[in-house]
Design a protein around this ligand. Structure first.
Ligand SMILES: Cc1ncc(COP(=O)(O)O)c(C=O)c1O
Length: 384
């Protein structure tokens, strides 16, 4: 590319940064789908399910617009979105729900809007990037606690109160962690939240998979005034977008004060139509969760037998920690060459020295394929 003006290389800073990433085996690039799905978040196989496709067709035939064409506060408000939110609130057991274009923006939006100046946002150290980004941009003081360590969370709160912290504490966790596949200790965190403020639970990887009818791991907490949940539509629910669920007054506050909600085009009403269908499928087809649980059990049993040194998560997200970045990506490439779409995950997405294969179990693979993957991993696992 031509350089113009004062001999300045405006792009040098970007080239240098990419070169550093490359030297560290951390340069990312986009690569399309290949092989059997062991990397998507389409856990219960809804993204291409015939009922979802028909729901989309039906919506189009009935004149549901492709785009919302405006902010929700203006002409972007559609009957389909309102129906979906009302139905989702009933389904999840919340007083109210509010839709966003995606989980990242929803998390960012809530964290920058609900915690107030003088409050403390207390995040699990492994919380999603969108939570960290919201924390940086928000008004509340920010602290983290060691992953899954409620005792540490309590110590941080005690220290903050001792230093004069008077506001509410917003404890932000994922019910099922996206890169580790382990669960948050929700019961104990709820006790802390009851004493100090609110529990904000990102259900991205649990919605549709856990709880009665896939209502998530917070199904028994939803509806409390100090519980706010995020249910994403782009993972097990097979579409795209997200819902924030909580007390009516908090949803009304978001409608009035949340800039990423107010100053943005509403999500496509078509996604609301397929969202309604995905909730209906969750009600009608509990076999999907059962088959996925069977995959998790079968993969776990095979892996324990074949690679006992590798620890497992017990959920549909199975992080197989390799350690070095380059070794992880080489292993991922070798597994991919055998026809399995398994992806490597490197820092900064995961902590330094814990690069891993993130095996994602979904209904897009058969039980036989799940077992074949374990066999292949045993064969290719590097001696480190
Ligand atoms: C825990 C968690 N929260 C939020 C998101 C963002 O959701 P979305 O992909 O809908 O933007 C993700 C997905 O990457 C996630 O893993």
């Amino acid at each position: 590319m031509k350089k113009k003006g004062h001999g300045l290389d405006r792009l040098a800073v970007y080239r240098r940064d990419l070169a550093v990433l490359e030297g560290d085996a951390r340069l990312r690039s986009l690569s399309g789908r290949r092989g059997i799905d062991f990397s998507s978040n389409d856990y219960i196989g809804l993204a291409q399910a015939p009922r979802m496709v028909s729901a989309m067709r039906r919506a189009l035939e009935h004149g549901v617009p492709v785009g919302a064409a405006g902010s929700r506060l203006l002409r972007g408000e559609t009957e389909m979105q309102a129906r979906f939110e009302a139905e989702a609130a009933r389904f999840f057991g919340a007083e109210a729900c509010l839709g966003f274009g995606g989980g990242y923006v929803a998390n960012f939006a809530v964290i920058t809007t609900l915690p107030q100046r003088g409050d403390l946002l207390l995040m699990d150290a492994l919380a999603h990037a969108s939570t960290h980004e919201g924390a940086r941009a928000g008004r509340a003081e920010v602290a983290t606690f060691r992953h899954g360590d409620v005792g540490h969370a309590e110590d941080v709160i005690t220290g903050w109160r001792a230093r004069g912290g008077r506001g509410a504490v917003w404890i932000a966790v994922e019910s099922l962690y996206s890169m580790d596949g382990d669960r948050a200790p929700l019961e104990d965190l709820m006790v802390l939240a009851d004493a100090h403020g609110f529990l904000l639970v990102d259900e991205a990887h649990a919605t549709g998979v856990y709880g009665p009818q896939g209502r998530g791991l917070t199904h028994h907490l939803e509806g409390r005034e100090n519980v706010v949940t995020l249910h994403t539509l782009g993972k097990a629910l097979g579409g795209s977008g997200a819902l924030i669920c909580g007390a009516r007054v908090l949803v009304d506050f978001l409608i009035n004060r949340c800039r990423p909600f107010i100053f943005a085009t509403a999500p496509s009403p078509l996604m609301a139509a397929v969202g309604l269908e995905s909730l209906a499928i969750l009600r009608d087809e509990p076999w999907r969760q059962a088959v996925l649980a069977g995959h998790v059990a079968a993969f776990g049993a095979e892996m324990r037998r074949r690679l006992p040194q590798v620890s497992l998560s017990g959920s549909q997200i199975v992080p197989l920690i390799v350690g070095p970045n380059a070794g992880t990506m080489d292993l991922a490439a070798a597994v991919q060459a055998r026809g399995f779409d398994v992806r490597g995950i490197r820092p900064p997405t995961v902590p330094e020295g814990t690069a891993r294969l993130r095996v994602s179990l979904t209904l897009n693979a058969t039980r036989a394929e799940v077992i074949r993957l374990a066999e292949t991993l045993e064969e290719l696992w590097p001696d480190l």
